[in-house]
Design a binder for this molecule. Structure first.
Ligand code: UD1
Ligand code: UDP
Length: 386
């Protein structure tokens, strides 16, 4: 399919938050084999443990542009990103802009590009919680509606996008369109302005596949924390719904302390800040540590008896690693993980959390619902003019 005459594309990738560094590393590795990539870091996450560590561990190239936006209320943070991204995109004039997931960096990247009429490619398109109060839900809906390329990780994501009026690429794409039609959905109004859906599989599986062996070889985190494989639970908490409501946060940390196993809690800075503003005491049975790097996190997940989390990425990784998960939310975008009891929704209610933790003993292997670990190849191919 790739002729020697294939034109080089200039792709501009926007990242800013922890999970985006992980996804972008998998994309970059493939995209840079044939194309030029300009990497832009909005600065949404900036602590070394939330940003630098991933560039080092995942061999993600240093950003070409660092916008230094930092933390702030949604409007201000997004507006600053938008302003600075517009400048960079004008100067770089890429063929397409790639955004990931559902953060404010995703929203700003998609919006800045769409206004400049640069085609947007959304990695992790079509995810829906159907809870509009979640900031991420707003970000995803806007990013999807502005995107030319909708890279859906799962069949459910494809169905969500089809319901919203997006379409699978026409079979005509199998016969090469004219070389100028790099951007499948024509500019304009109506159905033609909708994005084209590509079922690519999940790019976090690409990342996990290439880094799990490295984690096994390099991570010493279990020894450092004196943990026995299978003898602890791993927890993460950072969702706004859980951290911005002190009563809810207290119920979660209390539930963690009541589990049979000792709990390791690599604490997101948002949650650390939230706890510091309350008098909530975290019981000594819950070992609070700083956020860890990707390799240590994979090792901690792989050897945990179970994972308890409100993170999207961690729910998927637990599933892919065959580790039972209790999700500290009332809904999930990753509904496939609920099949067979690999993931159980438990909200923030201690009784539900404890009951879910007791039940979290699924058998067999989780079905393969996140593709084959080659999502990035499919994305780059979809972007290439044929
Ligand atoms: C963001 C995303 C969320 C994603 C998460 C991944 C939005 C709206 N939310 O949430 O979807 O799941 O990233 O981790 O984009 N902070 C630091 N140091 C840092 C980064 C953050 O101290 O390096 C603290 C600050 O107090 C900041 C707070 O964390 O106000 C929240 O950070 P922010 O980037 O706004 O949102 P996250 O909760 O990280
Ligand atoms: N992660 C990590 N260190 C940690 C916590 C999480 O490397 O201390 C990784 C985790 O393995 C997954 C990603 O960060 O790959 C998930 O990011 P996060 O939970 O911050 O965001 P979400 O996926 O919910 O948007």
């Amino acid at each position: 399919m790739h002729s020697a005459a294939l034109a080089l594309m200039k792709l501009l990738t926007v990242v800013g938050a922890r999970p985006q560094f992980i996804k972008a590393a998998a994309f970059s590795r493939v995209a840079r084999r044939r194309h030029t990539e300009v990497l832009v870091h909005t600065g949404q996450h900036y602590d070394a443990a939330m940003s630098d560590v991933f560039f080092d561990e995942l061999a993600l190239p240093r950003p070409d542009h660092h916008l230094g936006v930092g933390s702030g209320p949604h409007g201000r943070q997004t507006a600053q990103m938008l302003e600075r991204l517009e400048d960079v995109m004008r100067r770089e004039a890429p063929d397409a802009v790639v955004v990931y997931g559902d953060t404010n960096s995703t929203l700003a990247g998609a919006l800045a590009a769409a206004k400049l009429r640069i085609p947007v490619a959304h990695v992790e398109a079509g995810l829906r919680s159907f809870v509009r109060e979640m900031p991420e839900e707003v970000n995803r809906i806007v990013a999807d509606s502005l995107s030319a390329y909708l890279f859906a990780p799962t069949r459910t994501a494809v169905d969500n996008l089809l319901r919203e009026g997006h379409a699978l690429p026409p079979p005509a794409l199998e016969t090469p369109p004219p070389p100028s039609s790099l951007h499948p959905p024509a500019a304009g109004s109506g159905a033609a302005a909708r994005g084209a859906i590509y079922l690519t599989g999940d790019i976090m599986y690409d990342a996990l596949r290439s880094h799990a062996p490295l984690a096994a070889a390099k991570s010493r985190v279990l020894e450092e924390l004196a943990l026995r494989p299978g003898g602890y639970a791993l927890a993460t908490v950072h969702r706004a719904a859980n951290t911005d409501d002190p009563a809810r946060l207290e119920r979660i940390v209390d539930a963690l302390a009541m589990l049979r196993e000792p709990v390791v809690l690599p604490l997101h800075p948002r949650t650390r800040a939230a706890l510091a503003h309350t008098d909530i005491e975290v019981d000594a049975a819950v070992r609070v540590i700083d956020p860890v790097g990707y390799l240590d996190m994979l090792a901690l997940q792989q050897h945990a008896r179970m994972v308890l989390t409100d993170s999207g990425g961690v729910q998927k990784e637990a599933y892919l690693l065959g580790v039972p998960c209790v999700t500290l939310r009332d809904e999930t975008e990753w509904v496939e993980t609920l099949e067979g009891g690999w993931n159980v929704l438990a909200g923030a209610d201690p009784e539900r959390i404890l009951a879910a933790a007791r039940r979290a003993r699924p058998s067999g292997e989780p079905p393969r619902v996140f593709g084959d670990g080659h999502a990035a190849e499919r994305m780059v191919e979809a972007l290439e003019p044929t």
